[in-house]
Write a protein that binds this ligand. Structure first.
Ligand SMILES: NC(=O)c1ccc[n+]([C@@H]2O[C@H](COP(=O)([O-])OP(=O)(O)OC[C@H]3O[C@@H](n4cnc5c(N)ncnc54)[C@H](O)[C@@H]3O)[C@@H](O)[C@H]2O)c1
Ligand SMILES: [Zn+2]
Length: 352
């Protein structure tokens, strides 16, 4: 798989770098198809096309907002539009949006004529630090998330933090926790702004490029998710289960919030199982409680969450597995958990 270029610079606009890239020989015959949703059409498209002249002739395809975009029927509609417009092997899809637009657009690019090039221009914090990078593309199937997809990397990811100006606060905070996950996993790679520094807007903007490079490097060394890339699941064994549980209860929480609590549970287990310092757990607990209100869980709730964990795609040989953290920068993958310690983590951790 060819490498993805990450276009990001603290000094220069990434859109200018994108413009320069598209004026190069590799794109001389390119025709562009720009995928947007209603929000990125309004908030992000004007500055993209005005700064990147090669995109002024692009055809727009508008997708539904959110998860609704990630379906086979939407993919089929986009393929049909590409066919009607005579898109060919030189055509390039440009995904302007959050993780949903990027996942669907990558999926469409992977399938059209057995694969055409695509570029991700992420517009949410979560997509900048996570979804747009790494080459996983997917649609949902019969309510199951990301069930059909390909490993198919974009030729470039263009990270332009000013797009975050219009992002709603809960979307911003949700992405903030995926960024925090990168900081905890990357350790010294983020030495300038350690994970426990309270981050203001400006600091987040400086960090997004580092986080994208960090994720890209992890994915390059394990493009098919067979080993080291699994570190990126830190916080997600508990996080996904909590996210599903809250949705089932009718009180859904953003993905990043669930990951924030997931990391807390998993840090509690890290202290017990791999010698993580209790001080780190305490400082993390303070930070997350300063930003979010704590979900209260009853004994019955913990059984439901455990039920979701038993069905996690990440399990192997019937055992629930998890990523734990010895210290920032030192994750350990594939730690098998027994159900008693999961119950303990869910119930006791919140009183640490
Ligand atoms: N492929 C991967 O490796 C990977 C990794 C993590 C998550 N994901 C996927 O990403 C998806 C979630 O991504 P997301 O959180 O970005 O959600 P999203 O794409 O639904 O965007 C969230 C909301 O923000 C709006 N929005 C986007 N940019 C905006 C802007 N600049 N200003 C105002 N509003 C804006 C969107 O229209 C939407 O309403 C999930 O489907 C998840 O499965 C994929
Ligand atoms: Zn996540």
């Amino acid at each position: 798989m060819s490498a993805t270029r990450i276009l990001f610079s603290p000094q220069r606009s990434a859109l200018t770098s994108l413009s320069r890239m598209l004026q190069g020989a590799a794109f001389r015959h390119a025709r562009y198809f720009l995928l947007v949703d209603a929000n990125t059409f309004t908030h992000c498209l004007p500055s993209l096309v005005s700064t990147v002249p090669p995109l002024q002739e692009a055809e727009f395809i508008e997708l539904p907002v959110g998860e609704e975009a990630k379906s086979l029927s939407i993919a089929e509609q986009v393929w049909a539009s590409l066919l009607d417009s005579g898109a060919d092997a030189d055509s390039v899809i440009v995904n302007l949006g959050g993780g949903c637009v990027c996942d669907l657009g990558g999926f469409v690019a992977a399938g059209y004529q057995r694969g055409i090039r695509y570029i991700n221009v992420p517009t949410t914090l979560l997509a900048m630090v996570d979804a747009a990078v790494g080459g996983k593309t997917a649609v949902n199937l019969q309510g199951v998330k990301n069930q059909v997809g390909f490993f198919y990397p974009p030729v470039a990811v263009c990270i332009h933090p000013p797009f975050l100006d219009t992002l709603p606060h809960d979307e911003w905070l949700s992405g903030r926790f995926e960024l925090l996950k990168c900081q905890l996993l990357g350790g010294d790679s983020f030495a300038d702004l350690p994970w426990d520094t309270p981050l203001d807007d400006a600091a987040v903007r400086r960090l997004v490029g580092d986080a994208a490079h960090f994720k890209a490097a992890v994915c390059r060394s394990d493009p098919r998710d067979k080993g080291v890339r699994r570190i990126l699941n830190f916080g997600h064994t508990f996080g996904h289960a909590l996210e599903s549980f809250m949705a089932q209860k009718g009180t859904p929480i953003p993905h990043g919030y669930a990951v924030a609590w997931g990391m807390w549970f998993e840090l509690w287990l890290s202290v017990k199982r791999v010698g993580c310092d209790e001080v780190l757990l305490r400082r993390y607990g303070q930070l997350v409680q300063g930003l979010l209100s704590v979900p209260r869980l009853t004994l019955r709730d913990t059984e439901s969450i455990l039920g979701f964990m038993r069905h996690d795609k990440k399990n192997a040989e019937g055992t629930i597995r998890c990523v734990l953290l010895k210290e920032p920068g030192c994750p350990v993958i594939d730690i098998p958990l027994d159900e008693m310690e999961i119950r303990d983590a869910l119930l006791k951790k919140l009183s640490v």
